[in-house]
Design a binder for this molecule. Structure first.
Ligand code: ATP
Ligand code: MG
Length: 453
């Protein structure tokens, strides 16, 4: 399918990479049946109002690969205000990167205005870079050719044009899709400096699509990884969710460690991993389990994963405090507080998740001890299931817990009525499966601080 392209080459004066290849409707496999109804509504309405309208990025990429896109993004030459006027069910979001969200219940179609170059005088006013080269604001509008070179990877510079249903592939995106290549558009170092999150995105797409990161795209990562510290911690929290909760967590973790990016997200954990390989086993087991859960359509809570990633830090900090003479229980509580507070400056974990993490961790000792008079309240605790899964994981990774996991499995079977009772009394017995809020629906707009396209 991808072999027979009708191509037309065109060069823009400012960037030799902006060659475009136009693939006619008959020559690509995208059918409108595969595009969400809401995305189509947005595209048609924009077209009818006389604007250009394209499906863009991951949606087109995934459709061409025969995969189900997780969301659909739209690009148009209408300004955010014009889009906002056109859709009653829309809202303007982001200051530094203005976008429009068209809202259909829980489904949100993100509409971005085509971005232009920011090297000219007007562009300089509408965009802003930090000293390290990071783009802090990007509201320079432009043409589709200009927009394409502002996107991150060639495989994301693909546009499905609602006017004639053709696909426009820029910078060799289609070839890279065929060759299974993750390649940054433009000079890799400049592009990573503009937005260091692109390093994480390279790894994420390599794991998700099982593609290779091209040599020149991979080369600067080790050296530039530390730029990640300039990225707001709240944005990195969202990125971590995307990295580990999309079904390829294990492979993603391997790549992140390989490119020295994991230490930028979880520096203390990385230190523990380097000192004690047992912890790596636990993380790998957790990610294998969670990848399996996702493949089976089950849900997962970020609290569990964060709980796993930071558990080594809690244990090591506790040990250190105990070695200075602090009693075990006090050392544990101080360790938890320290670890959570240190991590906030790297990936800001929302309170609802830190609360859940504390619950899961606090219950470990209770699960190990199995004090008779507490058994029932432990079993009916809302976080029992997650805490029990956590205990099993520790055992699976090789921790010696005197058979506690097996014991609790049996105890649950023997006392199923208690769980049932608690449920019917309205005390929820959750699975370890509280679904994370989709980052893009979160209070914070996506990519607020990136150049994002
Ligand atoms: P997925 O939705 O599967 O995570 P995606 O490629 O659609 O992948 P999104 O984060 O939804 O990723 O972004 C949509 C598009 O916006 C991307 O395909 C890319 O063209 C552009 N984009 C997103 N983030 C950036 C960024 N940091 N820098 C440049 N372009 C970006
Ligand atoms: Mg997307």
């Amino acid at each position: 399918m991808l072999k027979r392209f009708i191509s037309k080459l065109k060069k823009t004066p400012s960037d030799a990479h902006a060659s475009v290849q136009i693939i006619a409707r008959k020559e690509h496999g995208i059918s409108r049946d595969h595009i969400s109804e809401n995305a189509l509504k947005v595209l048609y309405r924009l077209k009818k109002a006389g604007y250009e309208a394209y499906l863009v990025g991951g949606g087109v990429r995934d459709l061409l690969l025969g995969m189900h896109p997780k969301d659909f993004d739209v690009a148009t030459n209408a300004s955010p205000e014009q889009v906002n006027k056109l859709f009653r069910n829309s809202r303007l979001i982001g200051r530094r990167f203005r976008l429009v969200h068209v809202v259909y219940g829980r489904d949100i179609i993100e509409v971005a205005t085509l971005r232009g170059h920011h090297d000219n005088a007007e562009g300089k006013q509408q965009s802003k870079k930090s000293e390290s080269g990071m783009l802090l604001r990007d509201n320079v509008y432009g043409t589709i050719d200009e927009d394409a070179v502002r996107r991150d990877f060639t495989i994301n510079a693909l546009y499905y044009d609602i006017k004639d249903f053709s696909v426009r592939s820029y910078a060799g995106g289609m070839q890279d899709l065929k060759r299974r290549n993750i390649r940054l558009i433009g000079d890799p170092e400049t592009r990573y400096r503009e937005d260091p999150v692109r390093m994480l995105r390279a790894v994420r797409f390599a794991a998700k699509l099982d593609f290779k990161i091209a040599k020149e795209t991979a080369a600067p990562i080790n050296e530039l990884a530390e730029l990640m510290s300039n990225v707001p911690a709240a944005r990195l929290f969202d990125e971590v969710i995307k990295l580990f909760m999309a079904g390829q967590g294990e492979q993603t973790f391997v790549l992140l460690e390989q490119y020295r990016l994991f230490k930028e997200l979880f520096p203390h954990t990385q230190q523990c991993l380097d000192e004690n390989p047992f912890y790596r086993r636990m993380i790998m087991c957790a990610l294998q389990n969670s990848d399996q859960r996702i493949a089976q359509g089950k849900t997962l809570t970020p609290a569990f994963l964060y709980g796993v990633f930071l558990w080594p830090c809690v244990l090591e900090s506790q040990k250190l405090l105990e070695s200075k003479g602090m009693p075990a229980a006090a050392a544990y509580h101080q360790a938890v507080n320290q670890v959570l507070s240190n991590q906030q400056s790297h990936t800001a974990i929302p309170r609802r998740f830190t609360d859940a993490m504390r619950n899961i961790w606090d219950m470990q000792r209770r699960l190990e001890r199995r004090v008779k008079k507490h058994l029932e309240s432990i079993l009916t605790h809302p976080k029992f299931r997650a805490a029990y899964d956590f205990l099993l994981l520790r055992e699976q990774a090789g921790e010696e817990l005197a058979g506690a996991g097996k014991w609790w499995t049996q105890y649950q079977q023997d006392n199923a009525h208690l769980i049932q009772q608690a449920k019917s009394q309205g005390r929820r017995h959750e699975e370890s499966s509280e679904r994370p809020r989709k980052p893009r629906n979160d209070r914070r707009p996506r990519r607020r601080n990136s150049s994002a396209q």
